[in-house]
Design a protein around this ligand. Structure first.
Ligand SMILES: Nc1ncnc2c1ncn2[C@@H]1O[C@H](COP(=O)(O)OP(=O)(O)OP(=O)(O)O)[C@@H](O)[C@H]1O
Ligand SMILES: [Mg+2]
Length: 456
């Protein structure tokens, strides 16, 4: 520990300094208030030991200044006879302790040792907290499917690095959200996040947009303008729809990725930038490269860490979670219900627009629903026979037993809902006995925890 010892009595200084130095600490000495205040600023000590009475304003001024500069730095006052009242006041102002003269040097050395251990613990806590922060699901993300868990893990591991990331996924699967999460969990989080779609602009405009231009670089360039690369300096640039980037621009992008250098249009000056690159594609970029629509060298530069977001229809198990999340996000604090039959239909619907389409559907259904009511299936998905037919064949074919079991569970849930949970009526409408109904409910996990065994 680096200790500021502010004391004018030379005998105390000599013996205490020796004792502290023997214990492995470093001592900076000040013989009056002015010197002590100057040393506070200059030396930034870990601990302050100060006499109350010394030339100048005295130890109380040293205490106040130390607290102003760093509230967590321990300050101990050394009091002589007649300054006890002041010592009490000092504790109120933020001193951690005081010792009364004459004191044993040993007790002060011990005290400093305690401060040192507390500080080590604080530092350890801080690093634990930082690790915890990075271990939590990044951002406002929802997903319990294996595929999404793998995505979250990947985000956590690569976010703190500067590695280039390529996110692949259909429209609305959450690509931009992943890019933002990568930025937020990175060391660049305080820096800018700049997104640009490579599909939205014609080639010439895209170039000016990415690289910026000088005044007069082309007909419309009346003023100079910074490009997105420059704006993203010390942060992250998100190149959305990279698969749509014209081949001529791909060459220029390659150079930026390789050298982290570029020139504005109409300028000779080479500028350096410090950016993290995240790109997104709707198509498989490797195939695109094989087909000659994307530069192979650029593909390898971008595809350092791939993150693949599966379409929502391939992770239908996430639908109930996402619905609950979207209700929370857009429900203005109100609760809305979704009955089992509706939820089952939502899990079966193929969601060509993926999570975005689901989010829009929930928003629309909320708008059309009475406050805190039940969201209607008709407001959530198009009740068009075309998709109903398509729905049955969508997705990978699964074992018949699995599909039948799932259908049975949903059907029983629906029947229970219709009868308000009335068992005999439910058994009747399903055309089975109460005993069989009970057994099926047990197998599907639909019984309450403490329900007595009816078949016994
Ligand atoms: N796992 C998720 N959890 C919560 N919200 C999600 C999730 N995935 C996507 N969203 C939401 O869905 C919407 C669409 O996501 P995003 O804009 O990131 O998709 P995208 O893949 O970039 O789509 P596009 O290709 O059309 O640009 C956003 O409102 C986003 O917040
Ligand atoms: Mg997007």
């Amino acid at each position: 520990m680096r200790i500021l010892l502010a004391e004018d009595e030379i005998t105390i200084v000599i013996t205490l300094r020796d004792a502290l130095e023997d214990a492995g600490h470093e001592v900076v000495h000040a013989a009056d208030t002015g010197a002590a205040l100057a040393a506070l600023e200059r030396e930034d000590p870990d601990v302050v030991l100060t006499d109350i009475r010394m030339p100048g304003e005295g130890g109380m001024a040293v205490l106040k200044r130390s607290v102003e500069l760093d509230q967590r730095r321990p300050v101990v006052l050394m009091t002589g006879y007649g300054t006890i009242d002041q010592a009490v006041e000092a504790m109120r102002l933020g001193a951690v302790n005081y010792v009364q003269k004459p004191f044993r040097n040993e007790s002060l050395v011990q005290m400093v040792g305690t401060f040192s251990r507390v500080r080590a613990l604080e530092q350890e806590n801080e690093s634990l907290r930082a690790r915890l922060r990075s271990a939590q699901a990044p951002g406002d993300f929802v997903g319990a499917s294996d595929a999404m868990r793998a995505v979250f893990d990947r985000i956590r591991t690569v976010a703190p690095t500067d590695a280039t990331v390529l996110i692949e996924g259909e429209s609305g699967t959450g690509k931009e959200r992943v890019a933002q999460a990568l930025h937020a969990a990175s060391t660049r989080a305080e820096g800018p996040f700049v997104a640009i779609s490579c599909a939205a602009l014609p080639e010439t405009l895209l170039e000016a947009e990415l690289f910026g231009h000088e005044r007069g670089a082309f007909t419309d360039a009346r003023k100079e303008k910074k490009g997105r690369f420059e704006l993203a300096d010390k942060g992250t640039i998100f190149l959305d729809d990279i698969d749509d980037m014209p081949l001529a621009m791909q060459v220029k992008l390659l150079r930026v990725l390789q050298e982290r250098r570029f020139e504005r249009l109409g300028s000779e000056t080479t500028r350096r930038i410090d950016i993290r690159v995240v790109a997104a594609t709707k198509v498989n970029l490797r195939d695109h490269a094989r087909a000659g629509k994307f530069r192979e060298d650029l593909f390898y530069r971008i595809n350092v860490v791939p993150i693949v977001l599966p379409p929502l229809r391939a992770r239908a198990g996430d639908v109930p979670l996402l619905v609950a999340h979207m209700i929370e996000r857009h429900g203005n604090g109100r609760k809305y219900r979704v009955n089992a039959a509706t939820m089952a239909a939502l899990e079966r619907y193929p969601w060509p627009g993926n999570v975005r389409e689901l989010e829009n559907a929930v928003q629309r259904a909320i708008a059309l629903c009475e406050p805190a009511g039940e969201l209607a299936l008709a407001d959530l998905v198009p009740l068009d026979p075309r998709w109903r037919g398509a729905m049955e064949v969508a997705g990978p074919v699964r074992p018949l037993r699995e599909v039948l079991k799932e259908a049975e569970r949903r059907h029983i849930e629906r029947a229970l809902e219709q009868t308000g949970g009335h068992r005999s009526q439910t058994a009747d409408v399903l055309g089975i006995s109460r005993k069989v109904l009970w057994e099926k409910m047990r197998d599907h996990g639909l019984l309450a925890q403490d329900e007595p065994n009816e078949s016994a």
